[in-house]
Design a protein. Sequence first.
Length: 262
Amino acid sequence: MKSHRFTPPYDDEAIVAWLDGAMSHIDALKFEERLRSDEQLSGRTAELMKSNQDYQRAFAPLLAEAPSARMQEKLEAHLAANPVERPGVSRRSLIAASLSFLVLGSGLGYLVRPSAGALNETAHIRDLEAQYMSLYSAETLLDVDSSLPVIQRGLARTEQDIGLALTAQQLALHGAELKMVRMLRYDSTSIAQIAWIHADFGPMALCISPFEQASHTGINSEQRHGMNLAWWNYRDYQFVLIGRNPADQLQQSAQRLQAALS
């Protein structure tokens, strides 16, 4: 999607692209410059940011320069109303809803700490990844640029950010199309998110994050937020495969990836 160029006047698609980190770096800088001075644009951005998370802290540097009073007023009105999603969710509203769990700046995602649960840090990360993935549908990845050069740039960023060298060949899965490789961030932890569209079960993702202590475990299974998870630790990383696939089928895909990435 970053191959598409966005120019003023910005429509909702452009706003969602900026929020979802799908704008090119140059276009994102121009968008942010306009956001600081354009009340209408900042108000529409606030509406698409509807969330019960602490967006002010996450966006503090940029939003401090935007017309924040009107943005805050509109956001508070949405939160007070606590709207219920209507039937027939559009792709745009789905992506906007997903921002409740993924706050994005210029091309880099920041996963927001979940407020509930006394979980350890790695379980927190798995819970957050599953919660975010539960909002994905096939439409979420429909327009993503999955050409080989874009995938390779994502893999290069993965090696740069978490020190793990991967190839597209290692990520081949039967019945699934590789769609996206991008970096997310949880507090100070970088997370590589590799996403596929499975022909039968829709979106699935492998999330890889550095692990505090080097270890090697077998594949564990669990369910979170209606999603099946298959996860394991290898050396200095935690690998979490998430999808709506049946648990045994997800296990098979996890075994394939574990063997390819070991």
